[in-house]
Design a protein around this ligand. Sequence first.
Ligand code: 1CP
Length: 348
Amino acid sequence: MPTTHRFLEACRRRPVDRLPVWMMRQAGRYQPSYRAVRQQVGFLELCRSPELIAQVTCAPIDEFGFDAAILFSDILVHLPAIGLDLTFEKGEKGKGDGGPRISNPVRTRADVDALKVPVPSRDLKYVLDGIRAIKAGLAGRVPLIGFVGGPFTVASYVVEGGSQGFNRLKTMLYAAPEAAHALFEKLTQAAIVQIEEQIAAGAHAAQVFESWLGELDREDLERFSFPYLTRIAEAVKKTGVPSIFFATGMSGHLERLAGLGFDVVSVDWRIPIDEARRRAPGVAIQGNLDSTVLLGPTQAGVDKALGVCRAAGPAPGYIFNLGHGIQVGTPPENVKAVVDAVHAFRWK
Ligand code: 1CP
């Protein structure tokens, strides 16, 4: 694996031959090849098979020519190892993916204290074996991104018991702040050991998915999130691989996010990318095409994508991506057309 691949160079704000492009959720239900695998196995079963992990991770590289692969897994796979009973419901027909369910959610300080920190080499060996299998499948073509969920986003599932909003977790912040801090502390430790082990197993970069952090106001971000995120960024920095921070609804806090210690900040579509780059000159920026655009006419997606490339400007340190994950129902040919258009884009 050459250490000068354009994706890794852009993470480090170095010049590249062409813009690197990958898309969050690039492996998923919009792909016929993924749906074929899921007809055979359940979602968690897939996440626990190193061979299938490698197959679905590599498929979008083969099919679309993305510049980075992302480990196929989930931000919740470690929950059974920390003591929580996790299942994924079957998606409703036509409605997309099934959501996570936790039958013993965390509600009290005692529940938090009972949580364990996973030992990845024992509890998540399939993830680490999956990384090694992916690297064999990629054969050095593109770098591999490892990932973990951010403490707030993982806590939202752990406390609510699934994708059920944020009211219980946010109430805990005010009613039982010590319990909330103890929970974020445990989830931070769990995130750090997982990402360290993924990198040791061969991941070339690390992304923290803190998808729902935009729920918090600035005061609560400073108290309940940023100190923990800083520790995750520091842990990745020590390994020497680039770190990427992703959240949605956070453009009001961009300058602060840029100071947390991550190399790259991924922004959603709610902020123009030129504004993001101006406001955060000390980090690389990733994003930010609205994934909904990919559902529509191919040319509309291509035009919007090229608009994002132009707005991002010629300065090094930009990675093309979406503002959030690819949606179920996206025509694969739209994805291909956008990847090709970004690769053909030149500053001249
Ligand atoms: O096949 C299926 O039906 C399962 C659908 C699915 C997939 C494809 C889930 C269930 N997770 C995944 C893979 C996944 N999850 C990846 C793979 C790598 C990639 O190609 O990007 C990643 C990075 C995640 C991370 C993840 N899981 C996040 C953060 C990213 C985001 O989209 O905001 C979150 C919030 C989850 C929780 C989750 N996993 C799956 C579902 C349906 C959900 C709930 C989403 C919600 O609450 O709305």
